[in-house]
Write a protein that binds this ligand. Structure first.
Ligand SMILES: C[S@@+](CC[C@H](N)C(=O)[O-])C[C@H]1O[C@@H](n2cnc3c(N)ncnc32)[C@H](O)[C@@H]1O
Ligand SMILES: [Mg+2]
Length: 222
């Protein structure tokens, strides 16, 4: 068995044991596939990790940048207490339409505000609207904009806000300073900003599994 086969089988093993069969999440992934969305969703084990982190944080307000079909949104929103709110930002109207249907199937439409449009524009608009800070922020959209999303995440945070960034290892390409990939360069600048920004204390963790070799940044706002 080669290495990536092992990672995939171990992910399956963990999923079978620790993540109960869930018709809503499975239907959401099928709907995404049928609508032709790219399979960039987090894995079940990662979705559950996000859910557990939100519960550990006691998050009542969550911001997600990058909805796709709402798979991670469902995991995160399910961690909210009654009266909690999740705001999720998505550029692509087709992705947003699929996400809205999936969230409705998950009976989460009341808790989730899905804002369609460029995330940087949406965030500026949210600022004008005086949107309140969030307890947890998940950054998972266009990686070249990660430094901008981190600045906005800090703006919409309070001491204790947890900020998570997905896809920050990129099969190890992250250490290639000469990479021509704007996603790698965006994530490298994200690390630079995290390193120099006194308002946040962060680390990153490498992950393997059914979506290959990648990882998360996890930080807490001081
Ligand atoms: C990696 S996918 C999100 C996956 C999702 N968080 C999950 O795990 O189920 C990234 C999403 O960000 C969206 N996106 C890309 N650029 C964007 C932008 N400028 N503003 C808002 N969303 C954007 C893409 O259309 C895509 O749906
Ligand atoms: Mg991701």
């Amino acid at each position: 068995m080669n290495q990536s086969n092992t990672w995939e089988k171990v992910d399956q093993y963990i999923t079978e044991r620790l993540i109960p069969h869930d018709a809503v999440l499975e239907k959401a992934l099928i709907a995404n596939q049928q609508a032709g969305l790219p399979a960039y969703d987090v894995t079940p084990t990662q979705g559950k990790l996000l859910n557990l982190l939100a519960q550990m944080q006691g998050a009542k307000r969550i911001l997600e940048i990058g909805t796709l079909g709402g798979y991670s949104t469902i995991w995160l929103a399910r961690a909210l207490p009654s009266g909690g709110q999740l705001v999720t930002l998505e550029l692509d109207p087709v992705h947003a339409q699929v996400a809205a249907a999936n969230l409705s199937l998950a009976q989460l439409s009341d808790m989730v505000e899905l804002r369609v449009g460029d995330a940087l524009e949406q965030l500026a608009q949210m600022d004008e609207e005086g949107v309140q800070p969030f307890d947890m922020i998940f950054i998972d959209a266009d990686k070249p904009n990660n430094p901008n999303y981190l600045k906005w995440a800090l703006h919409f945070s309070h001491p204790g806000t947890v900020i998570i960034g997905d896809n920050v290892i990129r099969e190890g390409e992250i250490i290639n300073e000469g990479s021509q990939d704007p996603r790698v360069q965006g994530v490298r600048q994200f690390y630079d900003l995290l390193a120099e920004e006194p308002k946040i204390n962060a680390t990153a963790i490498q992950t393997v599994g059914s979506k290959g070799y990648d990882g998360f940044v996890l930080g807490i706002v001081k």
